[in-house]
Write a protein that binds this ligand. Structure first.
Ligand code: AP5
Length: 218
């Protein structure tokens, strides 16, 4: 199963990707996670990416395209994968098409998480992430058992720097200008399926599971 999850920041793409990756045993490729770990490592890529991410701007296409093209060459992608947060511009989508065509491959579905700004802002302002294992919580919706501590590994929870309100508003603006045109791009290809990103985690997972059965993907 080869999937792209498309939607605004806070739509729940990362959360569903983790659930789907476990359920269907396919890798979750998140450009946001890859870039954040580059920032953490202090690499040249990380330093370059950080200046864009902190402002809520997109990292340049050439950087991100290279990362994904390499990730898709890994053996663990043979049975499928979930692309989360990529592509995010028409240029990225065209490059992905080209790379997949060269590999005689293609995407099965592009799932668009239709989500209101209110829900996205509420989710991002309440998000807390584990410093150690990267698991995502939400102060109200998905709270940890002990405040500030990860249930899974005991790591410390923190707020992503780009989840501050002003940066979130810019991320939503950037999404509308640069990423939302992909809805039309994939709709024209007949690959797009819409789901409500406003649903809770379990409800949305059920909707997706039914969709995969109907599409004969699982
Ligand atoms: P990235 O990490 O991809 O951020 P994003 O797309 O803005 O997505 P988010 O992680 O904010 O939201 P999500 O939809 O995954 O929601 P989540 O499941 O976490 O990118 C960060 C930055 O990296 C970008 O701004 C850019 O600078 C750069 N970048 C990345 N990819 C790039 C690319 N391709 N090109 C250029 N630059 C790129 O959930 C959010 C919160 O809500 C959590 O607290 C969660 O617990 C909660 N939640 C999730 N689902 C539900 C639900 N159904 N009900 C209730 N609560 C929920």
């Amino acid at each position: 199963m080869k999937l792209i999850l498309l939607g605004p920041p806070g739509a729940g793409k990362g959360t569903q990707s983790s659930v789907l990756s476990r359920q269907y045993k396919i890798p979750h490729i998140s450009t946001g996670d890859i870039l954040r770990s580059a920032v953490k490592s202090g690499s040249e890529l990380g330093t370059r990416a950080k200046s864009y991410m902190d402002k809520g701007e997109l990292v340049p296409d050439d950087v991100v395209i290279g990362i994904v093209v390499e990730a898709l060459k890994e053996d663990d992608t043979k049975n499928g994968y979930i692309l989360d947060g990529f592509p995010r511009t028409v240029k990225q989508a065209l490059s992905l098409d080209e790379a997949l065509m060269k590999a005689s491959s293609g995407i099965d579905l592009v799932i668009y998480f239709e989500t209101s700004d209110e829900v996205a802002i509420e989710r991002l302002s309440g998000r807390r992430v584990c410093k150690k294992c990267g698991f995502n919580y939400h102060l109200k919706n998905i709270p940890p058992k002990r405040p500030g501590v990860c249930d899974k590994c005991g790591g410390e929870l923190y707020q992503r720097p780009d989840d501050k309100e002003e940066t979130v508003r810019n991320r939503l603006k950037v999404y509308k200008e640069q990423t939302a045109p992909l809805i039309d791009y994939y709709e024209k290809k007949g690959a797009l399926r819409k789901v409500s990103g406003n649903l809770d985690v379990e409800e949305l997972f059920k909707v997706l599971s039914k969709m995969f059965s109907a599409e004969h993907l699982a």
